[in-house]
Unconditional design. Sequence first.
Length: 71
Amino acid sequence: MKYEFDTEKELIPFIVDNIITTREAMEILGCSRQNIDDLIKRGKLAPIKKWDRDKLFWKEDVLDRLNRLSK
């Protein structure tokens, strides 16, 4: 999927609405940081950016994971 933004003013709300941190993913999934790391290792969840202790995820990917767990 391709996204285009003409200004920062357009980009910022997109980021706020669509990209979440490890902490937010933990809250949505109701799990620990270790569980998030395990999901990543098993290829069940893919971060879009990584740092030593934190990662960014597409919110949609985390919500899809939650829906799969609910079924």
